[in-house]
Design a protein around this ligand. Structure first.
Ligand code: FMN
Length: 200
């Protein structure tokens, strides 16, 4: 069964509503390793060897974070800059991550409809996440569609519970070896159904 490394980045978890709720689901999914980067590295002094070892012992890498300035909180960038070394992760000799899968799990204050060419933010989630997708590909991994919790600014508790259930379903399917077969899909959300089956 695939093991999933969840690289979690929230700089103010004590103020979080969405991610605090989502990660409660992880307790019952043993295939997931929860790794809180801000907790592990409050001074941003990332231990490269430890991080590379963690990557090697997992099959799926998930970057979970709130959407900040159409991207990720700063520690994710620091992690990528330091851990994904030339000759290890990429380059002609860098093949250590080859064949693994990676995805983003994000929440956004803006609702889904503003993430469209005709919407206020002009670009789709996947377009904003292009640096992740291409970095993952450069490291010879497969990029999976992102899981998104949109519209968090106006989210009712009941909607949050629905997304927590979807999140749980996504992680269970991924760790059961059921990665979506449509890598070009806009969101992983759309491939999940209430019956817990990936639809593509
Ligand atoms: C510094 C900062 C930047 C943000 N940038 C964006 C953004 O670019 N797009 C967006 O939709 N929401 C943005 N937001 C809203 C957050 O994504 C939202 O508050 C978060 O997903 C809620 O999750 P939480 O309750 O776990 O904190 C931003 C919030 C902060 C604090």
């Amino acid at each position: 069964m695939p093991r999933l490394l969840l690289l979690f980045a929230h700089p103010a978890l004590e103020k979080s509503r969405i991610h605090k709720r989502l990660i409660r689901e992880l307790k019952s999914i043993p295939q997931v390793t929860f790794h809180d980067l801000y907790e592990a590295y409050p001074d941003f002094n990332i231990d490269i060897a430890t991080e590379q070892q963690l990557l090697l012992s997992h099959d799926i890498i998930a970057f979970q974070h709130p959407f900040y300035w159409y991207s990720a909180p700063a520690i994710i960038k620091q992690w990528m800059d330091l851990v994904l070394e030339h000759g290890w992760a990429y380059g002609s000799e860098g093949r250590m991550l080859e064949g693994k899968k990676a995805l983003n799990i994000i929440s956004s204050g803006g609702p889904r409809h503003v993430y469209a060419p005709e919407g206020r933010n002009r670009f789709t989630y996947r377009q904003f996440l292009a640096p992740f997708e291409q970095s993952v590909r450069l490291c010879k991994m497969d990029y999976l569609p992102p899981f998104v919790v949109p519209g968090t600014h106006r989210m009712e508790q009941q909607d949050l519970e629905t997304f927590a259930a979807l999140y749980r379903q996504a992680l269970i399917l991924l760790t059961a070896g059921n990665a979506p077969t449509d890598p070009g899909a806009e969101l992983l959300n759309d491939q999940l159904t209430s019956s817990g089956i990936l639809t593509h």
